[in-house]
Design a protein around this ligand. Structure first.
Ligand SMILES: [Zn+2]
Ligand SMILES: [Zn+2]
Length: 279
């Protein structure tokens, strides 16, 4: 069973995400649990939770929740930091309510206070959220393209946060566009060998599968449709044939475009995963 899908909208009710995901051939989906531009999670009633869980078991679609945009768990500013820990905790609680498999969180920005401080803040925030929540959903920190002060461009930094947290509840989500922008050439198995000496591939549970509009090492986060960017179809075919990659939960966050429909793009990724074609 391959878990492949994309980020889908919850507008129209959180459970409607399953209808959308199913109609385009997803076996996994990513959602925001709330308005991604707000701090607070809007309340959810028992009926909506029941409906969500019913559709989850009926469709068999795996759910991944992505944190909203505002929280910054690397920040040294007390008010922002406290609100961010609170948000992480609330999203963890929401994940267990919904039966989500993972919570994806960005590492955030140290805002000029330095990398070491930022990484320490992230580890402490994760520790606090895990302690404060009854949820057992793993938190996956995501790598970044490497814009100013943002953390997670270097995979070794993600490994160092994992070392500080020391919890089995922490894992990684790798975004292929961000990797490529950060200079990791995921088209080559040699480069992947080096990459997975920086972080343990066994701790990578999800992949954001996005092609890159900008070239290798651009440090610019611009997603392209699969096969329409610099990674390209052959690049993805090679990446997806790397040992262990296909067992991850694979989620597209590509633009909605006239070039390719969402259903066709997911079907294309399934074909790229086909072991016979990868020979
Ligand atoms: Zn993300
Ligand atoms: Zn991105």
């Amino acid at each position: 069973m391959l878990y492949i899908g994309r980020h889908v909208s919850i507008s129209g009710g959180i459970d409607t995400a399953f209808d959308k995901a199913k109609s385009i051939g997803c076996t996994a989906m990513q959602i925001f649990a709330t308005n991604p531009r707000g701090w607070k999670l809007s309340p959810i009633d028992a009926g909506s939770v029941a409906q969500f869980r019913a559709k989850a078991s009926k469709t068999g679609i795996r759910t991944v929740v992505h944190m909203p945009y505002l929280p910054n768990i690397a920040s040294s500013k007390k008010d922002i930091y406290e609100k961010s820990v609170e948000s992480l905790t609330q999203n963890l609680d929401r994940c267990s309510m919904l039966g989500a498999s993972y919570l994806v969180a960005h590492m955030g920005s140290h805002m000029g206070d330095g990398k070491e401080k930022g990484l320490g803040n992230i580890a402490a925030a994760i520790g606090r959220a895990v302690d404060a929540s009854d949820s057992d959903t793993p938190i996956l920190i995501e790598n970044e393209a490497g814009h100013a002060n943002s953390l997670g461009e270097q995979l070794a930094d993600m490994a160092s946060v994992a070392g500080m947290v020391g919890s089995r509840r922490l894992g990684f989500c790798l975004d292929t566009c961000h990797l490529f922008a950060a200079g990791y050439d995921i088209r080559s198995h040699d480069a992947l060998d080096r990459m997975f000496s920086e972080i343990d591939i066994g701790m990578v549970h999800a992949l954001h599968l996005n092609d890159a509009k900008m070239e290798l090492g651009s440090h610019r986060d611009r997603h392209a449709n699969i096969g329409f960017g610099y990674i390209g179809l052959e690049g993805f075919r090679s990446f997806l044939s790397y040992d262990g990659v296909q067992s991850k939960t694979i989620l597209l966050e590509t633009p909605i475009s006239d070039e390719i429909s969402e259903a066709d793009e997911i079907a294309a990724v399934r074909l790229l995963c086909d072991p016979v074609r990868n020979k």
